[in-house]
Design a protein around this ligand. Structure first.
Ligand code: SF4
Length: 249
């Protein structure tokens, strides 16, 4: 008979394996069919026609809003200063002008200040975003008022190809339901655990980040997740717990 320690180890191993299989399934299903318009910052990276500071600005615009509204604000900014989002042209805008342009993304005053802070930090040294050691760059980004760990990690993964895992509300909810994270767990602590469970391949981590967000928007919704339709419900502890109570559709 197995002792309790080995039983626990086995359970942990099984949980990890199920999580990895679930994420791989989501990547396989969602990533090949991704709609770039649903991810404005990622679309900029794929288009390869925007200054890195412009990409960082687009990530700031996507904070606490829908990608649709972030996309509208980004388009207005492009119409004003050009598709390349040149930092020198950005610098010419006053805080009020910037606020007005990015208004559709919400929290425009705060975002305008963050963009100005970014320009102060990197405007005279724009190459640093592309060449600085990623760990040091992350520290530098986090010292900018208005730039949080998610914004920094999205930039590092999307633009620098650094193997990290940015987490938004969809991803955190998914991790909680899959039994990997806890509600309100500190960002870095949860991220470290996830990075131990997933392959340290930036391409996979990027695909997993985008796939889980799509899954969260379409199936694993905040309210009334569509567990019966979910392709990974056999791996999901939340579904297992709630199966008996879930109303039949
Ligand atoms: S089974 Fe339900 S809770 Fe679990 S991942 Fe799927 S939609 Fe989310």
């Amino acid at each position: 008979m197995k002792d309790s320690a080995s039983h626990n180890n086995e359970s942990t191993a099984t949980k990890k394996e199920k999580f990895l299989r679930a994420v791989k399934t989501l990547v396989k299903i969602y990533y090949p069919n991704i709609r770039l318009d649903d991810f404005p910052s990622y679309k900029l990276v794929r288009d390869r026609v925007v200054h890195p500071i412009g990409i960082l600005v687009s990530i700031v615009l996507s904070q606490n809003t829908s990608d649709k509204n972030a996309g509208i604000a980004l388009q207005r900014l492009k119409e004003r200063i050009g598709n390349y989002l040149d930092p020198n042209k950005l610098k010419e805008l006053s805080a009020e002008e910037l606020e007005e342009i990015i208004k559709p993304s919400g929290m425009q005053r705060q975002k305008s200040r963050t963009i100005i802070n970014i320009l102060r930090e990197f405007g005279g040294d724009p190459d640093a975003l592309m060449v600085e050691d990623p760990v040091r760059l992350r520290e530098r980004l986090l010292r900018i008022e208005g730039v949080g760990p998610k914004t920094a990690d999205v930039f590092l993964l999307f633009v620098r190809g650094y193997p990290t895992f940015p987490m938004d509300t969809h991803i955190r909810r998914f991790l909680e339901r899959m039994g990997i994270g806890r509600r309100n767990e500190p960002y870095e602590k949860l991220q470290e655990r996830v990075l131990q469970l997933l392959p340290r391949d930036p391409k996979f981590l990027l695909a997993a980040h985008l796939a889980i967000i799509i899954h969260g928007r379409e199936i694993c919704k905040a309210r009334n997740p569509l567990c019966r339709k979910c392709v990974i419900n056999s791996f999901c502890p939340y579904h297992k717990r709630n199966k008996a109570q879930e109303p039949k559709r």
